[in-house]
Design a protein around this ligand. Structure first.
Ligand code: ADP
Ligand code: NI
Length: 213
């Protein structure tokens, strides 16, 4: 089992070595650490959570031609590991339900899915979440802020992924909505300070932008 975790770490490090979208190896590593802490407090399976956290972005549709291609990519890797079939299926199920996808994804039913989803979302909040948001927006070609462009209220999955937005609007369209959607008590507790930090940051941002400082 330890070998599989080590192999996963090596594989994912190589996949995300050149990432500039906020999904570099350190993102995965932080999600793994958060997942282990939440799993411990929630009594979830630590091995499943750790492995799913390590693999959670490897097959993400953002980095592949389609959702199916991404999923197959991870399944092929898992099939090469010495894992009981049941464990492998459990990990695949967790990964499948982690992604946000504009809120259109099937929600996790098992505790391990809830743990890894919360762990991933924590990394979209707080100081690191802000840094990742600006990295992602810059990489996508979105502006930092356009004052007369209002946050979108209704979005299709396609709009969420490919529509034009701004880094600041992403706070309102997604980041500030995450905390109330946390799936575990532990995740919710961990999210609160990070959520407050986003709000504080926005006040400062708008004050500076509007010359109130
Ligand atoms: P998931 O992988 O769970 O579906 P996303 O890919 O939507 O989640 O988000 C991953 C990270 O990229 C998060 O930190 C998120 O805030 C950021 N991100 C996603 N879309 C945008 C966007 N349009 N503008 C800025 N940041 C974004
Ligand atoms: Ni992630």
């Amino acid at each position: 089992m330890d070998d599989v975790l080590m192999n996963a770490e090596i594989w994912v490090k190589s996949l995300f070595a050149d990432d500039a979208t906020g999904h570099d190896w350190h993102h995965t590593d932080r999600v793994r650490r958060n997942a282990l802490e939440i799993a411990r407090q929630e009594g979830a399976d630590g091995f499943i959570c750790e492995l799913a956290a390590l693999l959670h972005d490897a097959g993400d549709e953002k980095f592949h031609e389609s959702e199916e291609v991404g999923k197959d990519f991870v399944i092929k890797w898992l099939e090469q590991q010495q894992l009981p079939r049941e464990t492998m299926l459990h990990v695949i199920e967790v990964i499948d339900t982690v992604s946000f996808k504009g809120g259109f994804n099937r929600p996790p039913e098992q505790i391990e899915g809830k743990v890894v989803q919360d762990a991933d979302r924590l990394d979209a909040l707080g100081a690191i979440g802000i840094a990742r948001c600006f990295m992602f927006a810059g990489n996508k070609g979105d502006a930092m802020h356009i004052p007369n462009q209002k946050p979108r209220e209704e979005m299709t999955k396609e709009d969420y992924r490919h529509g034009k937005s701004t880094a600041i609007n992403h706070f309102y369209e997604k980041l500030l909505t995450l905390t109330t959607q946390m799936k575990t008590e532990t995740g919710l507790k961990m999210a609160k300070d990070r959520h407050d930090f986003l709000k504080l940051y926005l006040v400062e941002f708008h004050d500076e932008w509007n010359g109130k400082k």
